[in-house]
Design a protein around this ligand. Sequence first.
Ligand SMILES: *Cc1c(COP(=O)(O)O)cnc(C)c1O
Length: 368
Amino acid sequence: MNQAISRPTRVIADKCGHDTADDVPELQRALATGLTGTSQIVEDYETALAVLYGVRHVIAVSSGAASVTAALAGVRFQPGDEVIVAPTCPICTVLPILSLGLVPVFCDVAPDSFGLDPDDLQRCIGPRTCAVIEVPMWGYPIASHTTWASTRQAGIPLIQDLAHAHLTRLNGSWLAQHGDISCFSTHDCKFMSTGEGGFVMTDDDERASRIRAYTRFGNLTGETLGINLKLGGLQAALGLARSRQLESRLHQRQDNRRQLLERLDNPVIRELPLTPGGEANAYALLLQAVGHDGRELVHYQQRHGIPSDIGKYDNQPLYQLPLLAQYRRDCPNAARLLRSLTTVPLHPGLADDDLAYIAKVLNDYSPA
Ligand SMILES: *Cc1c(COP(=O)(O)O)cnc(C)c1O
């Protein structure tokens, strides 16, 4: 293959760093005052997040996977109980379900949405359902309020895995406020980075204390099960500094989204329709191929140096993976949705000419 011909004229980064000047004073404070998961800096980080999101309890944990595990520990279940989840989420959401001895039940999504289809949800709810997990992908809002109404009626807690959906809004409030427990990741590739890390939030006092105990070896009392999922002090220091940058970075991302959409003028590409009442956090731009296979668009943009998460992870309905094949339950909307999409970066590190380049590449595209 001729490298000179295949090399793109520009390579767009898939993420950008944070303003580290803000990090240093908090890191120094952590170094001076304590590095464990029970130190003051961790408490300060949790308080900052609780204020930002307007919730009663935030528990900082060591990863996004830890946040899903801890959220499940906050609900009551027996081994073999079922957790309803869409097959469009990353396997990272489902592995914690398996690791607790629970059984994933794959529920289809609504057409052109990552939210659960209300009719299929009713079919999936059974006597052994212990939780429903919603996973809004790439920060696009979903109709969590509708799911929450159904799960409340059925007496089942709704967990939202908001690893992608920091600051996503629905009907004038945070998406996080439309469920019983919300989990987040602050892995380096997410909306806010502490390197590795995550947090869980809930307004329910009893669930919060169960979650916190689980992350601290059951508070070492020997009464309840637990492991160590605590976040360390240095990560919390980064989180505290960066939680203050969250809203300005949100606005930069949303500006980038607006600018790209204004320039996009290609009838074979559209943005994934926004759920009514929802506001995307612009973690990525989700584009949908109109009337053709979205993988063609994915490969085209990759050839032009524009990264796509769907190109990177090859997202497919999870029951197609060997580990999860035994839980297969065909979800046609999910399969169609994943096959129609690509993502485009919107991070604050993009310059004006990056945005112009991305728009030009997308406008020049025509499917075979
Ligand atoms: C990244 C991610 C996770 C896992 O987060 P880690 O911090 O990498 O453990 C879980 N769920 C979703 C939806 C994710 O995107």
